[in-house]
Design a protein around this ligand. Structure first.
Ligand code: G4P
Length: 539
């Protein structure tokens, strides 16, 4: 498998870019993200990898304590990047955390993606998490392709499902294929582009790729195969779609206003290949990226990329911190020395890795769209740009406004060093934001989070990775604002019920108990600037 991933002959930058597809899958837990991922890998020929994706999910649920927490909550917290070949394409699949409390992490991952696949359970339609994650995609404005899964089980009416996507997500739908029946009477899909029917056969539960039998939808033999009821229903549906349905518009999809919809059943392998063949055709190639010097096209011949994720202790044997880089332009080579504009110091990229479900391998070269992991010598932070030649800075990765606050106390004073180190590392990963009370006698940090589960993760990781026991006291604040004014004015503000804290950059941050008190300050002290975290990005 390693062989197939390694480029064997020199190719031009343009060719490599044209065959890159970098995307993420978003879905509500249980809609079938893992199954679909597994099947995509299977069709890509990465059979071992396919097995390990499921194994990874199962292992998470069985062995480690960290994963036990996920199991208890039925959520997926950690993210990975999978790379595999498919029909000559080079696929980078970014795994996003499923839970809304980690929407900031999801956003960062989506910064590295060029498109997203939304998986929907055909019996359930748009679920809470689908919607939340979709909103995160919408902020990025990336194209979304939809896979309506589990057609082998009883489902909702497909027209209703499309209607729901349009109404709830305000996203125009264009079904690219159409299901014939569902559950026990599921007979296959009608491909609207080729006007052919792909018949569903109940195989051996998806252990191998299902061979497709193709017939024209108007073929009278189809009447025999489908039976009168399904045949008539299909003719009716086709007519309705042709008359009333919207036309596929590539530009509208590219702008995130329209989604092509595919029906299938990941578990039984049905419709997965049809979907993925269309996906590689429709999904965007690596796009130009915004930077302070203007748009940087992927074909720009010097290397550039940005760090969108940092994760430490991925492998307990290595205990290192890995910075994930999305390559934006040019060619990446192992051992290259790059500029690091934030610190102004050059860095040699000695140990670049690709990550698999279970392990890692060294990367010799990478192209725009690729995601590589660099062992972080402590210099990289989320949002950092690395580049050669021209100095540039990609647009910053915005922070989400925290809505939950808690004081964290270290229980064991002998482990103060580990406590600080762990917390700093988790902050560098973007797992949490850390604030301090500048004047107070107490030096316990205040954690600021977008979702409550982030607190649990921090406590859990401090314990398992740094052997530090902590106590968390949830604080009654709900809004944080950076306060900009001269020192004297800041002193004279009515702090009373509002907690005065500072971030690592030394900026004053006010924690308000309610929106009302924020507005009160705003009205009463018009010269004091109250800035919402992440507001510059409209988040
Ligand atoms: P997730 O990653 O989105 O959380 O979902 P996952 O793929 O783990 O799928 C959730 C459950 O739905 C699994 O069953 C999986 O087998 C099932 N599933 C996925 N796709 C289909 C499909 O097309 N048809 C049917 N009938 N089921 C599907 P499970 O019993 O929870 O887990 P397992 O024992 O199969 O691993």
């Amino acid at each position: 498998m390693t062989e197939t991933l390694t480029l064997t002959q020199p190719t031009t930058l343009e060719t490599e870019i044209a065959r890159r597809r970098t995307f993420a899958i978003i879905s509500h837990p249980d809609a079938g993200k893992t199954t679909l991922t597994e099947k995509l890998l299977l069709y890509g020929g990465a059979v071992n990898l396919a097995g390990s994706v499921r194994a990874r999910k199962n292992q998470r649920h069985a062995t480690s304590d960290w994963m036990k927490m996920e199991q208890e909550r039925g959520i997926s917290i950690t993210s990975t990047v999978l790379q595999f070949p498919y029909n000559g394409y080079h696929i980078n699949l970014l795994d996003t955390p499923g839970h809304q409390d980690f929407s900031e992490d999801t956003y960062r991952t989506l910064m590295a993606a060029d498109s997203a696949v939304m998986v929907i359970d055909a019996a359930k339609g748009i679920e809470v998490q689908t919607e939340k994650l979709f909103q995160v995609c919408r902020r990025r404005g990336i194209p979304i392709l939809t896979f309506v899964n589990k057609m082998d089980r009883p489902t909702r009416d497909p027209f209703d499902l499309l209607d729901e996507i349009e109404k709830v997500l305000h996203l125009q739908t264009v079904p690219m294929n159409w299901p014939i029946g569902n559950g026990d009477s599921f007979r296959g899909v009608y491909d609207r582009t080729t006007r052919c029917v792909h018949l569903f056969e109940r195989g051996d539960s998806g252990r191998r790729a299902v061979e497709l039998q193709v017939q024209d939808a108007s073929d009278p033999q189809l009447l025999e195969v489908l039976g009168e009821r399904a045949f008539n229903q299909l003719q009716e549906d086709i007519e309705l779609l042709d008359v009333a349905g919207a036309e596929f518009d590539a530009e509208a999809m590219a702008g995130g206003a329209l989604t092509p919809v595919f029906f299938g059943s990941a578990l039984t392998n049905f419709g997965v290949q049809l979907f993925f063949d269309a996906f590689v055709d429709l999904a965007s190639t690596p796009s130009a990226r915004h930077a302070d010097v203007g748009l940087v096209p992927p074909t720009h011949d010097s290397f550039s990329g940005f760090i969108f994720k940092i994760q430490s202790n991925m492998n307990p044997q290595h205990r290192d911190s890995v910075a994930f880089v999305r390559v934006c332009s040019g060619r990446f080579e192992r051992d290259m020395t790059v500029e690091h504009p934030r610190t102004g110091k050059p860095v040699r990229l000695a140990r670049p890795h690709r990550f698999f479900a279970q392990g890692r391998e060294t990367v010799d070269e990478a192209y725009p769209g690729d995601v590589i992991g660099l062992v972080n010598p402590g210099v990289f932070a989320i949002g950092d740009t690395i580049c050669t030649d021209q100095l540039l800075q990609f647009e910053p990765i915005p922070r989400f406004a925290p809505e939950h606050f808690a004081r964290l106390t270290n229980q064991d004073t002998n482990r103060y060093k580990q406590f600080n180190k762990g917390l700093a590392q988790l902050e560098a990963e973007g797992a949490i934001q850390v604030l301090y009370e500048p004047e107070a006698l107490r030096r316990e940090p205040i954690l600021a989070a977008v979702g409550r589960l982030q607190f649990d993760v921090v406590q859990f990781r401090l314990k398992t990775e740094y052997d530090v026991e902590t106590v968390l006291e949830v604080l009654p604040y709900s809004t944080a604002r950076i306060v900009e004014a001269d020192a004297e004015t800041i002193e004279r503000l009515p702090w009373g019920a509002t907690l005065r804290t500072a971030d690592r950059d030394g900026r004053t941050v006010a924690l308000f108990a309610s929106e009302w008190s924020t507005n009160y300050w705003r009205d009463r002290f018009p010269t004091v600037k109250l800035i919402e975290i992440g507001a510059e990005a409209g988040l």
